[in-house]
Write a new protein. Structure first.
Length: 311
């Protein structure tokens, strides 16, 4: 049933124009620091990363403030064509905190266990403005995680696509770190309906971790390995009474599938078959931020461990 309670920007039933998008941008506020939370910790671990054969590279910057929002990734300094190549992306939706801090935690605590076995590319925070404003969209009211396609309108997505394309040997694994939060229903989905001039249909937020695979190429054993690994750290979201999670059929415990490429999702960016989108639930009464970060790390390590066994 449509919820007729309307978003405070725009006119019900009408798509936003430039004026509404400008009003939305004016309503955003800086709430935390990308420099303090991401750039400074990365630079502080630079020597340790170099000792592991990893380097920090800048692969772009956001035009809204290039100095404040450099786009940083950690890469293997030497790529070995005999080893699997792994991409980890955090903060594609900037408000999804554990994606960013899970990627940092992996670099701090687990990368040393894998640098001899795989080539690594870790884009810690794909959407730094979104991180600071705790937002799903970029400053142009565009969702980067629906914008991974040729001639992308989102510079965050375009920059990551260029980074991926610069790795000549391609990728074997991609873990895209996300969260599903209560604010999806209180803010972001109502805003989406307002922007697009559609009715807002109220949904439910699953309590627990789940993973999203590819409708076109679902590797069930790979997703199961991730669920099994994460279940040692936090609880897995159950299916609802329809056998669904966020409106999609649960294909196995804690796993749904999306048509990744047609939706322009980040997890389609490499074209690799071993890809997953993680979703933790930080607003659960039985989970903590630290637990959510650990769940993201467990998803990364479980994904890599599975592919190493196949390699």
């Amino acid at each position: 049933m449509a919820n007729l309670t309307f978003y405070p920007i725009g006119t019900a039933g009408e798509k936003w124009g430039d004026a509404e998008k400008a009003a939305w941008l004016a309503s955003t506020q800086i709430k935390r620091s990308y420099q303090d939370d991401v750039v400074t910790p990365l630079k502080a671990m630079q020597d340790e990363l170099l000792a592991l054969g990893l380097g920090i590279v800048q692969y772009g910057a956001l035009s809204i403030n290039a100095e404040r929002y450099p786009l940083l990734a950690v890469k293997s300094l030497q790529f070995d064509s005999q080893k699997p190549t792994v991409l980890v992306t955090g903060g594609v939706h900037g408000y999804e905190t554990s994606g960013v801090h899970g990627a940092l935690a992996f670099l701090t605590n687990e990368a040393l266990n894998y640098v001899q076995q795989v080539n690594l590319v870790i884009a810690v925070c794909v959407s730094p403005w979104g991180y600071e404003t705790i937002n799903r969209w970029n400053p142009k009211a565009i969702d980067p995680n629906r914008s991974f396609y040729v001639n992308s309108p989102a510079e965050e997505s375009a920059a990551l696509m260029a980074l991926v394309a610069s790795v000549e040997q391609g990728f074997d694994v991609h873990v895209d770190l996300h969260e599903t939060t209560d604010s999806d229903e209180s803010e972001f989905r109502p805003a989406l309906s307002a922007r697009d001039g559609t009715d807002y249909e109220e949904g439910t937020i699953p309590d627990g971790f789940y993973a999203v695979g590819d409708t076109e190429n679902s590797i069930d054993a790979f997703q199961k390995a991730i669920i099994d690994g994460v279940s040692k750290v936090t609880h897995i979201a159950p299916a609802d009474e329809k056998g669904e999670i966020i409106g999609s059929t649960v294909v196995q415990h804690g796993v749904i599938n999306y048509p990744l490429k047609s939706l322009g999702l980040c997890s389609s960016v490499t074209g690799c078959i071993y890809n997953t989108t993680t979703e933790v639930y930080p607003d659960s009464p039985t989970a903590t931020p630290a637990e959510c970060n650990l769940a993201q790390v467990a998803a990364i390590t479980s994904a890599i461990d599975f592919v190493l066994l196949q390699h």
